[in-house]
Design a protein around this ligand. Structure first.
Ligand code: HQG
Length: 181
């Protein structure tokens, strides 16, 4: 992705995950926005989009953050939402034995007191591999990786989901299921 595509991707993340109302856009409860409406709303705020550009961003996005509906008319972010009107119905999925969460060292005290909590987003995000978790953690400061006993949690009744881009989602992780790597 070039710099302009990255800017547009960030704009799409912002309006499709967090603040659709900032441009007068409406998302349904599965997170979908009409692409025509998105183009019109963005134009009012000085962002020039068109269908081909949006399609290119969706196809080339490094983390496959967005999806276009089968009828090609709608777009959504596949995970990472904080917008209250969105409540995507993710299928429950059996997790691998171990999953990872990348965070920053400065959050550790609080995490070991409260467990992992979703904060402003709807879910805690977990990764299938340590290198992805490291990148996620580095966004917040000095990265540290937590190993999550996913299979044990699943066996004890916790629900896991996986977004279309592979990110694992769970509502919370109590501290007894995690250890620092
Ligand atoms: C931390 C990016 C204190 C948590 C990434 C994290 C990901 C606590 C931060 C996706 C805590 C929330 C999500 C507690 C959790 N006390 N801190 N009890 N529980 N935290 O950005 O997981 O590029 O909302 O460890 O790649 O960092 O945007 O979540 O550090 O997939 O597509 O609170 O965002 O993807 O931060 O990242 P975030 P995240 P995109």
């Amino acid at each position: 992705m070039d710099q302009i595509d990255t800017k547009i991707s960030k704009f799409l993340s912002y309006v499709l995950r967090h603040q659709p109302e900032s441009i007068g856009l409406v998302l349904d409860n599965e997170g979908w926005a009409d692409i025509g409406a998105l183009i019109k709303c963005a134009a009012k705020y000085g962002k020039r989009l068109n269908y081909a550009l949006i399609e290119k961003i969706v196809d080339t996005n490094d983390k496959k953050r967005f999806a276009i509906s089968a009828d090609q008319k709608r777009i959504r972010a596949v995970q990472g939402h904080s917008a209250q009107q969105v409540d995507i119905h993710y299928q429950e999925k059996i997790p691998p034995a171990i999953l990872y969460h990348g965070t920053a060292t400065r959050f550790l005290d609080s995490i070991f007191k409260q467990g992992l909590v979703a904060g402003t987003r709807h879910y805690v995000h977990l990764s299938a591999d340590e290198s992805t978790a490291t990148k996620v953690g580095q966004r917040h400061g000095k990265a540290i990786i937590l190993k999550i006993e996913a299979q044990l949690m699943y066996e004890q009744g916790f629900e896991f989901h996986q977004a279309d881009n592979g990110v694992w989602l769970i509502k919370s992780v109590p501290f007894e299921y995690m250890s620092v790597i």
